[in-house]
Design a protein around this ligand. Structure first.
Ligand SMILES: Cc1cc2nc3c(=O)[nH]c(=O)nc-3n(C[C@H](O)[C@H](O)[C@H](O)COP(=O)(O)OP(=O)(O)OC[C@H]3O[C@@H](n4cnc5c(N)ncnc54)[C@H](O)[C@@H]3O)c2cc1C
Length: 381
């Protein structure tokens, strides 16, 4: 089996690579855009990606996009990560995009999808201190109020909230018969009174992810996305997309870590030879290349299946893609660091960044233990 990209898709890949080379091809350029590597998302870059029309790659034309599908979106996600374009915010934006396409009113679609096409970042938060893998245990409250809704409680681990136009909050509107009923999606614009965004320092720096505190936070009626109390099935309907978005990003991270490793082991000499010529390294690199090839086939095959049947939930396949992409990226980045010796550990090179990205991929968007649970359940276990 081989991946058959259309001529337009091949041209799209080349254009993203060209953009990356031109804008952030050197470490100095990347540091300039990211406030010395502390900002994973540059809003200047997001606006530029909006101007060239790529952020709407899979948004319908009537809302400002170019009407492509999952394969096109994965090409963009892979290209961003491979080119180390500081647009991490596009990941959560793409997830929110899917929710609005499926459940937004006409006005909401025009506003949110139109904003995304122009470079807006969007965030989504389910997690709470007491509700991680068990999302259904969430307690952050949303209640009807005169002319709108009021939120109270805490959310945590909200990626990109610091640069987002809105945060899509998954909150509890009633205690229903089961923990999955009575969950509602509410959109809170940045800067709304009663919402505090507080950064959580992580290995990636001070501006990756945030705690969110709500105290009598009022939003108007039209902040509701979809059905009141229907948040859980709405979330489940987006699982394909969420996992494929992560998978596209991690395919790009894995490829970049591999490319950087290969270049290094060809250039670095010890004992009078390139270190890549030592069998101890050469065989491991051959294994990495093989894993990467398998991963690429899996990711684009699942993306193609989703494009053929957009309304079907590919629970097993999407979980396999998320599991495999993040495990391969972590493995290749750690191998790359080992093969670069001390230089892999130094901040001067990008490998330490690939390792940090690799470490967290197996944790967020549903840990890999949870992905294995899902795959196991589809096998009748
Ligand atoms: C950098 C980062 C960004 C994030 N961004 C977002 C975001 O934008 N929005 C959002 O809503 N959340 C986000 N998250 C939260 C993320 O999805 C959770 O961290 C993740 O789902 C795990 O929840 P937890 O951290 O509470 O771990 P826990 O659920 O407490 O899990 C701890 C360990 O137990 C294991 N475990 C738990 N239950 C089971 C089980 N049933 N079977 C087997 N093993 C199990 C887990 O796999 C894990 O190894 C982010 C997290 C990080 C670190």
């Amino acid at each position: 089996m081989s991946i058959k990209f259309t001529p337009e898709q091949e041209a799209f890949k080349a254009a993203i690579a060209d953009f990356a080379q031109r804008e952030v091809g050197t470490k100095e350029q990347r540091l300039k855009y990211t406030n010395d590597g502390t900002e994973p998302t540059s809003m200047e870059i997001m606006r530029k990606l909006g101007e060239v029309g790529w952020l709407g790659v899979s948004i319908p034309e009537e809302y400002g996009g170019s009407g492509g599908g999952m394969v096109d979106q994965v090409i963009l996600l892979e290209g961003i990560a491979l080119g180390m374009i500081p647009a991490a915010g596009y990941g959560t934006t793409a997830i929110v995009q899917g929710a609005y396409e499926r459940f937004g009113t006409e006005d909401q679609k025009r506003k949110i999808l139109g904003g995304i096409c122009e470079g807006n970042v969007e965030a989504i938060v389910m997690s709470e201190p007491g509700a991680g893998s068990d999302v259904g245990a969430l307690t952050c409250k949303v209640e009807r109020a005169d002319g709108g809704w009021v939120l109270n409680g805490q959310k945590t681990w909200c990626s990109n909230a610091q640069v987002s136009a809105n945060i899509l909050v998954i909150a509890r509107s009633e205690s229903g018969d089961s923990k999955h009923s009575g969950i509602t999606m509410i959109s809170v614009p940045a800067g709304t009174e009663g919402m505090e965004v507080r950064p959580i320092p992580t290995l990636a720096g001070p501006h990756e992810v945030n705690d969110i505190f709500f105290t009598d936070c009022f939003v108007p009626e039209d902040a509701l996305l979809g059905e009141e109390g229907g948040g859980w099935p709405q979330l489940m309907a987006g699982l394909n997309k969420e996992r494929m978005i992560l998978s596209g990003m991690y395919l790009g991270i894995a490829q970049r870590a591999f490319d950087d490793t290969l270049q290094y082991v060809k250039e670095r000499h010890q004992f009078g030879k390139p270190i890549g010529s030592f069998q101890a390294l050469k065989h491991r690199i051959a294994d990495m290349a093989t894993e990467l090839e398998c991963l690429r086939l899996l990711i684009y095959d699942v993306a193609q299946q989703i494009d053929e049947e957009p309304d079907r939930v590919f629970a097993r396949e999407a979980s396999m893609a998320k599991l495999k992409s993040t495990e391969v990226a972590k493995h290749i980045a750690l191998e790359g660091m080992q093969m670069m010796g001390g230089y892999g550990y130094a901040l001067e090179y990008d490998m330490e960044k690939h390792v940090r990205a690799g470490l967290v991929g197996t944790i967020f968007a549903g840990t890999n233990e949870i992905q294995r649970e899902i795959i196991g359940a589809t096998l009748g276990l």
